[in-house]
Design a protein around this ligand. Structure first.
Ligand code: S3P
Length: 172
């Protein structure tokens, strides 16, 4: 039986690199990988934008908590949606089920990375640095309370970010 290793939850604002970095980490550590947004979309048979339109944000947030509550695994990299850490309950579940790594980036960096995307309902009508900064500021406290390790991603390529996380994880 393979050794049981702690899950790694990647949290952080939209566009901070959770999905990309999760793929590298999974390949390097030989862990499975789950993306909470992809999981919920598959489970609900609906894109997130459509879910927000049809049922509202609250419905999606419930699905996020359900996803975490039902998670029974080890040795998995979990790329979380950007709002996952906003509920204290979610933060507690993540800490209980693994190690939480908070990826950070400046609003300008985030904007550059996601400006052409239309799959994020919270930014679709507000795709500008000012709004990103405002939303990020409103979330700082909750992110701060949820993480075990914080890794800045500005000016770094995904491989270098994965290196940093593996280093932190191995020393944990
Ligand atoms: C959200 C982030 C998105 C997705 C949803 C809401 C948020 O995930 O879960 O659009 O509230 O920050 P990404 O961080 O993967 O873009």
């Amino acid at each position: 039986m393979p050794e049981k290793k702690k899950n790694i939850f990647l949290i952080g604002f939209m566009g901070c690199g959770k999905s990309t970095v999760s793929k590298i980490l999974a390949a390097r550590l030989k862990f499975d990988r789950i993306d909470s947004d992809e999981y919920i979309e598959k489970h609900e048979q609906m894109k997130i934008t459509e879910m927000f339109e049809k049922y509202g944000e609250g419905y999606f947030r419930e699905k996020e908590t359900d996803f975490l509550s039902e998670l029974e695994c080890d040795s998995v990299i979990i790329a979380c949606g950007g709002g996952m850490a906003m509920r204290e309950q979610n933060a507690n579940i993540m800490k209980e089920k693994g190690i939480v790594v908070f990826l950070t980036a400046e609003p300008e960096t985030i904007y550059d990375r996601i400006k052409d995307s239309t799959k994020r309902p919270l930014l679709n009508d507000n795709m500008n640095v000012g709004y990103i900064k405002q939303l990020m500021d409103s979330r700082v406290k909750a992110y701060g309370a949820a993480y075990d390790y914080k890794v800045s991603t500005d000016g770094k390529n995904p491989d270098a970010i994965a290196d940093e996380i593996i280093e932190l994880y191995s020393n944990n």
